[in-house]
Design a protein around this ligand. Structure first.
Ligand SMILES: Cc1cc2nc3c(=O)[nH]c(=O)nc-3n(C[C@H](O)[C@H](O)[C@H](O)COP(=O)(O)OP(=O)(O)OC[C@H]3O[C@@H](n4cnc5c(N)ncnc54)[C@H](O)[C@@H]3O)c2cc1C
Ligand code: FES
Ligand code: FES
Length: 470
């Protein structure tokens, strides 16, 4: 039995864990306000709120109901567009109406739920954050300017939000109905034991349910996303341990990690969209083994270790040894990733991530790359460069890394290292670009790492001109 609260109603259902939430909402509950656009996580028409009980309060975020297995909403509060209905329009709905930000209306419930999720966050709003909250929503007819204007109005209406008593404040100002105040107590009552059944491991489902939702409908699933020990980010000695089910959103919001990687949020803004980041987990990104996986590039450049477990047997393996071929990994049958760890940067470390895709947001990379250097007195003592889109699997640039170690930070070093790099990659031509284009792109992004990290020493024009003339 799966127990959760849908809007203001307790649901107890024996539908399969692998049924996607959108089908349960629309076909079983006949709540048809939530729309189906693509069923692939791209359009945001199916966006709903997911509320999770945490220390007596409920934290809300936007998720995509087309990729969420029903099993993942156990013990949660799920809110559809019908669940925010009140006598008057909410400030979010009013802003969309005032600014003519809706035409055919098909995308509108998704936009409204994404903007309501933004409103419910226990943090101060600004216009950029409000607009970013709809990074996973596509509208085919209105034009985004009017939606941006609506976002500005919503942001104005959120001024003075009480961060200590957010839900009360939002109820008082008409953003959500007053039954939201009763949800923490109701969720407390349906708290359930974590179960660990054998089956196909499922994190957020953002890869699996795009690839084979039908096959997963009746399959035995091993749901890992809400396993408490897999959701932690901890620090011990000089290492950071990231639980397998930590989502991209949790990574980019972690204050301690931001201290070590000040540009972390900027990197993650290039990765998928807000609802996909709310769902997709680190282990899912690693095991899916896409050659252009973004989290993998970041964690490869950190020379991470993968901690694996099969029944009671545990082992560790460097992430750079995890991939064996296209979509082939070192994972044994029924083995799970428990966590991933890496050595924390020191005062001598610098780190950078670059990604180019056809669209800036909500798109997978043509090429991505991350670079981690340890530099002492102007000399590179350790280099770990990773790249995606240039090899059959996420690429750890062994030869370039060895070449860079012991070299001074200079334009000459970077140009020579770029040659080594070009010789060790093996891109193929595909829909995301020709192999020549991808090689060139990686070379430019490799240069970009150094120009960004050492603006006083290394200049782009020097790298380009001298490379062109040599
Ligand atoms: C619209 C959209 C945009 C996207 N954009 C990007 C992007 O920009 N960059 C990017 O890198 N990715 C992107 N993705 C891909 C996806 O979101 C990520 O790869 C995500 O991290 C997958 O995590 P998940 O938990 O959803 O994986 P799932 O789909 O749940 O699982 C993926 C694989 O991992 C396995 N698995 C899950 N957890 C474990 C575990 N603990 N141990 C062993 N195996 C496990 C599953 O069995 C499955 O084989 C996008 C996806 C969508 C739908
Ligand atoms: S239906 Fe398009 S994202 Fe879910
Ligand atoms: S209003 Fe028609 S798709 Fe957005």
């Amino acid at each position: 039995m799966i127990l959760f609260i849908l809007n203001n109603e307790l649901i107890e259902t024996d539908q399969p864990e692998g049924m996607v939430l959108i089908d349960f909402i629309r076909s079983r509950q006949r709540l048809t306000g939530t729309k189906i656009g693509c069923r692939e996580g791209d359009c945001g028409a199916c966006t709903v709120l997911e509320g999770t009980l945490n220390n007596g309060t409920v934290e809300y975020q936007s998720i995509l109901s087309c990729l969420t297995p029903l099993g993942n909403v156990q013990g949660k509060h799920i809110v559809t567009i019908e669940g925010i209905e009140q006598e008057n329009l909410s400030p979010v709905q009013q802003a969309m109406s005032d600014r003519a930000a809706t035409q055919c209306g098909f995308c509108t419930p998704g936009f409204i739920m994404a903007l309501t999720a933004h409103s419910l966050k226990k943090e101060n709003s600004d216009t950029q954050k409000t607009i970013a909250s709809v990074s996973g929503n596509i509208c085919r007819c209105t034009g985004y300017k009017s939606i941006e204007l609506a976002a500005e109005d919503i942001n104005q209406n959120l001024k003075g939000k009480d961060l200590n008593n957010t839900t009360h404040w939002l109820v008082k100002h008409g953003f959500v109905p007053d039954y939201f105040l009763t949800i923490p107590e109701k969720l407390e009552q349906i708290k359930t034991q974590e179960t660990r059944k054998p089956g196909i491991a499922v994190g957020g489902g953002t890869d699996l349910f795009v690839q084979k939702a039908d096959a997963l409908y009746y399959a035995d699933l091993h749901l890992t996303r809400d396993r408490s020990e897999m959701k932690q980010i901890t620090f011990s000695g000089n290492r950071c341990f990231v639980g397998a089910s930590v989502t991209a959103s949790r990574l980019m919001e972690n204050d301690q990690l931001i201290n070590y990687f000040p540009d972390l949020k900027q990197y993650f803004k290039l990765i998928s969209s807000e609802p996909v980041r709310n769902m997709g987990t680190l282990a899912g990104n690693i095991v899916n083994a896409s050659p252009i996986a973004d989290l993998v590039a970041l964690f490869l450049a950190l020379d991470s270790t993968v901690h694996l477990k099969k029944e009671k047997k545990e082992r560790e393996i460097p992430l750079r040894e995890f991939y064996k071929g296209y979509k082939q990994t070192a994972l044994l049958q029924n083995e799970r990733i428990e966590k991933v760890s890496f050595e924390l940067p020191t005062v001598y470390s610098v780190f950078n991530f670059e990604k180019v895709s056809k669209r800036t947001h909500l798109d997978i990379a043509s090429v991505n790359t991350a670079l981690h250097l340890t530099v002492k007195k102007g000399t590179i003592t350790k280099a770990t460069l990773a790249a995606g889109g240039v090899f059959p699997y996420p690429f750890y640039a062994q030869q370039t890394n060895s070449f860079l170690a012991g070299k001074p930070v200079s334009s000459e070093t970077v140009r020579e290292a770029a040659q080594v790099l070009m010789n060790e990659i093996a891109p193929i031509s595909d829909i995301r670009g020709s192999k020549e284009y991808k090689s060139l792109l990686l070379r430019q992004l490799f240069f970009a790492h150094f120009v960004k990290l050492f603006p006083d020493t290394i200049h782009f024009s020097e790298l380009i001109h001298q490379t062109a003339s040599s």
